[in-house]
Write a new protein. Structure first.
Length: 156
């Protein structure tokens, strides 16, 4: 009985002092995007730009400007015994510059996402596989950009 009390009190102490804080939902996406300047891969930038604009709040006091430079690298991931390509790897790197227009603060960060897709028997299916991975990686990059802006508000 004493052993159970000690173990449960020890677990309580460890979990109650873990430093976990609940995120205030009203502070998320608390910015307005004045402009987004893009360079690099147009298709990826278009998808990222749409998601960022959709998640910003209009008429907010925090006005930011974004500069996105996106690069896509497609390489061979695997080959079979016949030396035929069976998988490709996609690596998307986005260099982000966030400028707070009101305070003139500028912050730069780089986001890289990597994915892979299989080569199908039909070329059209291979293109569909690549498109799905590209869309998934673009959405992940947009989410990570939003996270950087939301969770480091003092830097912007």
């Amino acid at each position: 009985m004493l052993k159970k009390v000690l173990i449960s009190s020890l677990i309580y102490l460890l979990l109650s002092n873990c430093g976990f804080k609940i995120v205030n939902q009203s502070n998320l996406n608390n910015f307005d995007i004045a402009e987004i300047i893009t360079s690099g891969d147009k298709k990826i930038n278009f998808r990222i730009k749409n998601k960022l604009v959709f998640n910003s709040k209009k008429n907010n006091s925090t006005l930011i400007s974004l500069n996105l430079n996106t690069k896509k690298i497609k390489s061979i991931k695997e080959k079979n015994i016949k030396n035929e390509i069976t998988k490709h790897k996609l690596e998307i790197t986005t260099q982000v510059e966030v400028k707070n227009i009101t305070t003139k603060k500028i912050n730069n960060f780089k986001i890289t996402e990597i994915g892979e897709f299989n080569i199908a028997d039909q070329y059209s299916q291979t293109l569909n596989n690549e498109k799905k991975v590209l869309n998934l990686l673009s959405d992940k990059i947009a989410d990570r950009i939003l996270d950087e802006i939301n969770f480091r508000p003092d830097d912007f």
